[in-house]
Design a protein around this ligand. Structure first.
Ligand SMILES: NC(=O)c1ccc[n+]([C@@H]2O[C@H](COP(=O)([O-])OP(=O)(O)OC[C@H]3O[C@@H](n4cnc5c(N)ncnc54)[C@H](O)[C@@H]3O)[C@@H](O)[C@H]2O)c1
Ligand SMILES: O=C(O)[C@H](O)[C@H](O)COP(=O)(O)O
Length: 384
């Protein structure tokens, strides 16, 4: 069996060479010619899977090691009887940790408390539901909007979008890019969306660039309707817009889901599906692929400090989101081709970022509430 893998699939050789001959190719350079004798194709989001790429090839299985699937033309695969799978939820915890890190940095820069603020979560699936939990843990009021989920659940707490926008101090998007059907999300954040926002709100997009009309966001920022923004996803990518970068308080090159675990979970999901599909024995020793965390333990004196200040300091040591912000600003050169190349290069060379669960905390002089918060955010907390 031959498996073609995109270069950014984490541990592609370690996993897939156990199943067959594995050829690794840069994500944007995979062509139909590369697939002339391939049985399976494993990608992430940069490889567009469409009729041009797969027609006339013997590919029977396509896996994407990502949560988002908008780069896959499922009709084109379906018509050719090609099985495909994604990795739902693989990086949901990573994105929720990105969001917590971003909120704690904004809070510090602008001098407010997160506790008591209202956050509107648009899209409450794998990512959004984790964001809801972490924001509750931080003492925030959480308003949820998810019409597709509301339609099938008995939960009365899902609210209409306009209600959430009018009441929230912070609005964060965790929706897929959907172009058709009853609940399309393309340009969901348009001029009307920003008009409906509570004036001076904070806007966060770590979903997909195309769910936001960035011209509308620029206008909302200029008019004061939006006070602060966090932007991880761009339209277009990889040639991100420097004017949008300038307006962002925190920016990053589409890496919210790029914790080590987030990427590894994506590979694991594809590996398992591939083995099931081709009826192969699973022999990958995944535990052996996990590196030791850089920061296994943090001891901190909490005496006389607010919970949010302590959490800011802890999280800054594990995931310094301001480094991502600095790197994308350095990458924002005038020439569009170079800017796009820089964006891809930042993502490809992304540092190993481990999730909070790998760090044990010793919280000296901490109140019980802070211990609970730290646990709910995912840390291991050493007993007092
Ligand atoms: N920035 C990153 O690195 C990163 C990482 C992971 C996922 N993502 C993006 O975030 C999206 C969400 O990820 P997920 O894992 O939570 O997906 P998911 O499918 O688990 O959840 C998406 C939720 O959005 C809801 N939804 C759909 N249309 C909606 C609408 N019009 N209004 C409100 N809610 C709507 C769905 O009902 C679902 O509950 C992905 O599709 C992907 O595009 C980005
Ligand atoms: O949809 C997803 O899972 C994320 O957006 C993911 O982080 C995309 O990452 P990429 O495949 O571009 O590395």
């Amino acid at each position: 069996m031959k498996i073609v893998c995109a270069e950014t699939v984490l541990l592609a050789q370690e996993a897939f060479s156990l199943a067959g001959k594995t050829v690794v190719i840069p994500d944007r350079e995979i062509t139909r010619d590369d697939l002339f004798d391939a049985d399976a194709l494993i990608v992430r989001s940069k490889t567009k899977i469409n009729a041009d790429l797969i027609s006339g090839t013997p590919v029977k299985f396509v896996g994407t090691a990502t949560a988002g699937t908008d780069h896959i033309d499922s009709d084109a695969l379906g018509k050719r009887g090609i099985y495909w799978c994604a990795a739902p939820g693989c990086n949901a915890n990573s994105v929720s940790e990105y969001l917590v890190a971003a909120l704690l940095v904004l809070r510090r820069r602008h001098g407010y408390d997160l506790e008591g603020k209202t956050i509107g979560v648009i899209g409450c699936g794998n990512v959004g539901s984790r964001v809801v939990k972490k924001c509750h843990a931080l003492g925030m009021n959480v308003l949820r909007n998810d019409p597709p989920l509301a339609a099938v659940s008995a939960d009365p707490d899902f609210l209409p979008l306009e209600h959430v926008l009018a009441e929230s101090d912070i609005v964060t998007l965790h929706i897929p890019l959907v172009k058709t059907g009853p609940w399309p999300t393309e340009r969901l954040a348009d001029y009307l969306f920003f008009e409906q926002l509570k004036p001076g709100a904070i806007f966060i997009n770590a979903a997909r660039g195309s769910v936001c009309d960035y011209d509308a966001l620029l206008a909302a920022k200029a008019g004061g309707a939006v006070a602060q923004t966090v932007i991880d996803v761009w339209n277009p990518e990889p040639a991100f817009r420097p004017d949008v970068l300038k307006l962002a308080d925190l920016a990053s090159p589409h890496i919210a889901g790029h914790s080590y675990e987030g990427k590894l979970n994506g590979t694991i999901a594809c590996y398992n599906e591939l083995c099931n599909f081709f009826e192969l024995r699973k022999s990958w020793d995944i535990a052996a692929s996990l590196p030791q965390p850089d920061v296994p333990h943090i001891e901190i004196d909490c005496n006389g400090r607010s919970d949010e200040e302590v959490l800011y300091e802890i999280i800054g040591q594990i995931y310094d989101i301001e480094t991502d912000d600095r790197l994308i600003r350095d990458a924002s050169v005038q020439n569009e081709v170079d800017r796009a190349r820089n964006f891809d290069a930042l993502r490809k060379s992304y540092r190993t970022r481990r999730e909070f669960k790998n760090t044990e905390l010793t919280l000296n002089n901490a109140a019980t509430a802070l211990r609970h918060k730290a646990k709910a955010l995912g840390f291991i907390v050493r007993e007092a």
